[in-house]
Design a protein around this ligand. Structure first.
Ligand code: NAD
Length: 355
């Protein structure tokens, strides 16, 4: 499988292939950049169509983490890991301990945490083999634990900012929001949106997750195939990536796209496709940084109050990006990418000596 000329290979520092025959573990750890600090990003456990798909995901997600951590102002570089789920590798404590040993072997260059398919409990097993892990159970007012509620909080504040900017409304009362995926982040987001008076339209491929949402909140359920194209004000993708494509964008009716999923755009040009349709896109890694902010404060030490204060800056960052995009007539994703790349490029540069 070609790697160096892989379309998603973007000067990644290293790519590690992990195998543990005793537990069936197969994993890939991608370190995109350590310019701003140790490469940090969650561990995703997913059943991939092929090894190539897993490599693509690890490469894209790890670069996204470099950008996310940079824009969020964290002392973290970007990395990500994927565990290839299969019937031969059931989810066991031993599997996560084996993964933890692989993380330990990188000597602190990569810090892991939970992402899709992994839980706080799984990270406890990882922690038995390495200290380079965050997203562990917390006590009292310490930062830590499941990052999803903090991700949801940032996305909620980001939706408020986008609605203010695009629709000129200071309140979400009566605003129709379609949430694709009511998992860890999506359900927490629905709770916050409901409290703010928004009307919720949801979809999920997992019936149990959908039932939890339906039992707790007044939601209208639509089919997974329809949710992106529902007649709403805001579309919040909170499932997986690659949902905004040349095929889906022409059919989207929302005027704002703002959600938690990583890599929502299938490629860079999709940002321009959204802008051409006058759809305001909140760059995914800017709006969904709440979870990694929580992970960072847990890792370096801090309180949940500090986490909330830092998450409170997400709307300001988005507004800055929205304004710059409007002034320069460029898509929001390109403005965010330029900002992230300039922060990384400046890292390590010796400040000029005053004359
Ligand atoms: P999760 O697995 O708990 O939830 C995802 C949900 O999406 C699940 O309920 C799943 O059944 C559903 N889903 C999958 N495919 C779907 C489809 N085609 N249509 C409708 N529903 C579908 O994951 P999560 O932790 O809530 O994360 C959601 C997204 O947000 C992911 O892309 C993740 O990378 C991103 N994200 C999560 C965090 C975090 O703190 N958990 C932080 C940043 C970004």
């Amino acid at each position: 499988m070609p790697v160096f000329d892989h379309p998603e290979f973007d000067q990644h520092e290293s790519l590690h292939f992990v195998q543990d025959p005793a537990t069936g573990l197969k994993a890939i750890i991608a370190i995109h950049s350590t310019a701003l600090g140790p490469a940090a990003g969650g561990c995703r456990r997913w059943k991939y169509a092929s090894d190539r798909h897993a490599v693509t995901d690890a490469l894209r997600l790890s670069r996204g983490m470099t950008y996310k951590n940079a824009v969020a102002g964290l002392e973290f570089g970007g990395g990500k890991s994927v565990i290839l789920a299969s019937d031969d590798a059931p989810k066991t404590p031993e599997l996560f301990r084996a993964f933890g040993r692989a993380v330990e072997g990188l000597g602190g260059k990569y810090i892991t945490a939970e992402d899709v398919g992994c839980s706080v409990e799984d990270m406890r097993y990882v922690n038995e083999a390495t200290s380079y892990v965050s997203g562990l159970p917390k006590s009292g007012d310490e930062a830590g634990g499941d990052p999803s509620p903090m991700t949801a909080l940032g996305v909620f504040l980001g939706i408020e900012a986008a609605v203010r900017f695009r629709l000129g409304k200071d309140s979400l009362e009566g605003i129709r929001v379609a949430v694709q995926g009511v998992g860890h982040v999506g359900l927490n987001l629905c709770r916050l949106l409901h409290e703010a008076g928004a009307r919720l339209i949801v979809a999920d491929v997992n019936r149990d997750h959908l039932k939890l949402a339906k039992d707790e909140l007044p939601v209208t359920v639509v089919a997974p195939a329809e949710v992106l194209f529902t007649d709403v004000d805001v579309l919040a993708p909170c499932a997986l990536g690659n949902v905004l494509t040349s095929q889906t964008i022409p059919e989207i009716k929302a005027t704002v796209v703002a959600g938690a999923a990583n890599n929502q755009l299938s490629n860079e040009q999709d940002g321009a496709r959204l802008a051409d349709r006058d759809i305001l896109y909140a760059p995914d890694y800017v709006i969904n940084a709440g979870g990694i902010i929580n992970v960072a404060r847990e890792y370096y030490g801090g309180s949940s109050e500090e986490v909330r204060t830092e998450i409170g800056r997400i709307p300001e960052r988005l507004e800055q990006i929205f304004k710059e995009a409007e002034t320069s007539k460029q898509p929001t994703n390109l403005i965010a990418d330029e900002l992230a790349r300039s922060i990384v490029a400046d890292a390590g540069k010796v400040p000029p000596v005053a004359a």
